[in-house]
Design a protein around this ligand. Structure first.
Ligand SMILES: [Zn+2]
Length: 149
């Protein structure tokens, strides 16, 4: 699947003004490749979206200058959010289930707030899969990553 390099007219995040209205968010920073917007509703002050300005549907399609700059940008914006929100840490979530334009949901976390952290993301009734399934994926990803440069 190729990554589109232009705005996609039916993509909410390719129309930042519409996305700002929809999510009740405010643009707080942007550079050539990324923009950060704080959502000004809901239970988590400082909850923010970090998204590439270019239409990149999913994390698995991240490439180019956005891939090259992600680490620096993510470190910078999460540090700023943590300080601004007086949080202990910043949770980072990437799903892609509802808006197929890559975005990082950044959630400053303080003790006692409404965030559940990692275990809250998994249905507690989900059964464990067997060891063979875990080993098959582990072996496959090891093979993929060590076969490529
Ligand atoms: Zn888009």
């Amino acid at each position: 699947m190729s990554v589109r390099t232009t705005c996609v007219s039916d993509c909410l995040l390719c129309n930042p003004a519409a996305a700002d209205d929809y999510f009740q968010r405010t643009l707080v920073w942007q550079d050539t490749w990324w923009r950060l917007s704080c959502v000004t509703q809901g239970p988590i002050p400082g909850f923010a979206h970090l998204e590439p300005r270019r239409h990149i549907p999913f994390i698995t399609e991240l490439d180019g200058p956005e891939a090259a700059t992600l680490g620096t940008v993510l470190a910078r914006v999460t540090r700023a959010l943590r300080e601004a929100a007086d949080a202990e840490k910043v949770y980072v979530y990437v799903f892609g289930d509802h808006v197929p334009h890559l975005h990082f949901n950044l959630a400053p976390h303080r003790a006692g707030d409404g965030l559940r952290g990692g275990p809250g993301l998994l249905d507690p009734l989900s059964p464990d899969v067997d060891l063979a399934a875990h080993q098959a994926v582990t072996t496959a990803v090891r093979g993929t990553l060590n076969a490529s440069s």
